[in-house]
Write a protein that binds this ligand. Structure first.
Ligand code: DX5
Ligand code: ZN
Length: 228
């Protein structure tokens, strides 16, 4: 199993997103994680469709768009048209989650479902066969630079078991407070897409930080397989 690294540009300099993305890609970024916040579902406001459209012209890897917004159904098509290859939506805001997941897929993007720290893994039960990936939040969404919530590690194991029972090999993405010190633990628990914001962009050398995080993640994944 090869782990994918998704640097989150939330912690980058918004005046220089092009060079931030280029550095992350030189370091081996597999995806670019884009955090969209509306000031309602989460307290913060970040970026929207036009920015994703511009990022699409400079990024060479797929854009992984994490929607932390109310009524995401209103915007999904615009984000996919702007260039989102992956779109994740929060279970907490969607009474008709099945319809939303199908709508994302019908637009040709990968559909992800996100769980906040207080949302039980079991809430995924009836949608587990339909998702392309599950995003486990390991902080409360809204801001970069928060501390990893330890319970998230067992949550990843629970989600993996639930997906496996549904016969779905969809990967688990983890987001929030991931760094060089805890990445091995979450990979060992079953995370296969690693989001990192401050651990990449709040360093002197985002290229190197991406490379080192990816190496640590892949080493942990090899350990899991019992390979040296
Ligand atoms: C938080 C966002 C994260 C954030 C992670 O709400 O969803 O993607 O950028 O930042 P770090 O890695 O600094 O916790
Ligand atoms: Zn995110």
């Amino acid at each position: 199993m090869s782990v994918r690294i998704a640097p989150s540009i939330l912690s980058a300099d918004f005046a220089a997103l092009g060079s931030a993305i280029a550095a992350a890609e030189r370091g081996g970024a597999d995806l670019i994680h884009v955090d969209v916040m509306d000031g309602h579902f989460v307290p913060n406001i970040t970026i929207g469709v036009p920015v994703v459209q511009s990022l699409r012209t400079i990024a060479t890897v797929p854009l992984d768009v994490h929607l932390m917004i109310e009524e995401p159904d209103r915007y999904i098509e615009a984000f996919v048209k702007a260039g989102a290859a992956m779109v994740s939506v929060h279970l907490e805001v969607l009474p008709h989650l099945h319809r939303t997941v199908q709508a994302i897929k019908a637009l040709g993007a990968k559909a992800g479902v996100v769980l906040n720290p207080a949302t039980p893994a079991a809430s995924l039960h009836d949608i587990a066969g339909d998702v392309d990936y599950v995003l486990v939040m390991s902080v409360n969404p809204g801001f970069g630079g928060q501390t990893f919530i330890p319970r998230s590690e067992s949550k990843v194991r629970e989600v993996r078991a639930l997906l496996d029972r549904a016969g779905n090999r969809a990967p688990i993405e983890i987001d929030g407070g991931i760094d060089q010190h805890n990445v091995a633990r979450v990979v060992a628990a079953g995370a296969e897409i690693i989001v990192a914001g401050s651990a990449v962009f709040h360093t002197q050398d985002p290229e190197r930080a991406t490379r080192e995080l990816k190496a640590a993640a892949n080493a942990a994944s090899l350990d899991e397989l019992g390979t040296p």
